[in-house]
Design a protein around this ligand. Structure first.
Ligand code: COA
Length: 261
């Protein structure tokens, strides 16, 4: 794996556990953390020993409490656009990863932290999780894709309220809104739930999982024709050895043994 100072990574049986480790700053995303996220996700697609990812924050208090406000305070009109585009590019990389990425949200997921969780394919929250886009309190708006992903996830009216008031919501409300998939009593429980989901997904054909990610992501990109991407992905799957294995195993009444080819 790449050399990382802030991101802790450990591959256990195909699940890459990534922990943002800036606990004293509530895991706020500074430039260095973003760069490390980019480097690791560049590697995740190519590394055959990684089948899926769980992303979380160090400690019990925060997933990520936002972009680092010390760095935001230094921005000017010239570099602010680049700042936002850089974050968007990294979050798009996570969203388009061909291996499932689950955010385990343990505590505060604010601003860039909420945006990071939304860029993952699923979110499992611990009961103490708090979500919010408080940028308006600083006189700015989300810049890492939050206005777009939140609106797709929870709908226009609720997204407007969430973004314009900057208020936080708890894990259960986030679940009701569709922002999180499941709520667990604590961080360990949330990790266990994420592992359970990933073990199920990892027993399926990896190519099909990657194609599903492309198709679902296409819904959120107005310039893409999702139906065309689906038809292409379907054809690509049918060309694979795993398709032969899946259909043969069904007919032979046994479990398939997918190889990712
Ligand atoms: N950027 C930089 N540092 C941050 C941070 C952020 N987004 N969020 C928290 N921190 C730092 C605090 O400055 C503090 O550092 P210090 O001990 O060196 O002073 C440390 O993390 C602990 O935070 P603190 O505010 O003391 O904890 P708290 O329990 O009183 O409050 C929050 C927790 C999350 C409510 C509060 O930290 C907060 O509002 N953070 C900013 C959230 C935000 O606006 N995010 C969006 C940014 S665009």
């Amino acid at each position: 794996m790449s050399e990382s100072k802030i991101l802790l990574s450990e591959n256990k049986n195909g699940i890459l556990y990534l922990t943002i480790n800036r606990e004293s700053k509530l895991n706020a995303l500074n430039f260095e953390t973003l760069e490390e996220l980019k480097n690791i996700f560049d590697e995740v697609n190519d590394n055959k020993t990684i089948k899926s990812v769980i992303l979380t924050g160090a400690g019990e208090k925060a997933f990520v409490a936002g972009a680092d406000i010390n760095e935001i305070a230094e921005l000017n009109e010239l570099n602010a656009r680049k700042f936002a585009e850089n974050g968007q590019e990294i979050f798009n990389l996570i969203e388009s990863c061909h291996k499932p990425v689950i955010a385990v949200v343990n505590g505060f997921a604010l601003g860039g932290g909420c945006e990071l969780a939304m860029a993952c394919h699923m979110r499992i929250a611990s009961a103490n999780a708090k979500f919010g886009q408080p940028e308006v309190n600083l006189g700015i708006i989300p810049g890492y894709g939050g206005t777009q992903r939140l609106t797709y996830l929870i709908g226009r009216g609720k997204a407007n309220e969430f973004l314009m008031t900057g208020e936080m919501i708890g894990a259960e409300e986030a679940k009701t809104l569709g922002l999180v998939n499941h709520v667990a009593p604590d961080k360990q429980g949330a990790i266990a739930k994420a592992e359970q989901i990933l073990h199920t997904i990892m027993s399926k054909a990896p190519l099909a999982i990657g194609m599903i990610i492309d198709c679902v992501n296409a819904v959120f990109i107005p310039s893409e024709n999702g139906y065309q991407i689906e038809a292409n992905g379907f054809a690509r799957c049918v060309k694979s050895d795993d398709y032969q294995e899946g259909t043969t195993a069904f007919l032979e009444k046994r479990k398939p043994n997918f190889k990712g080819e």
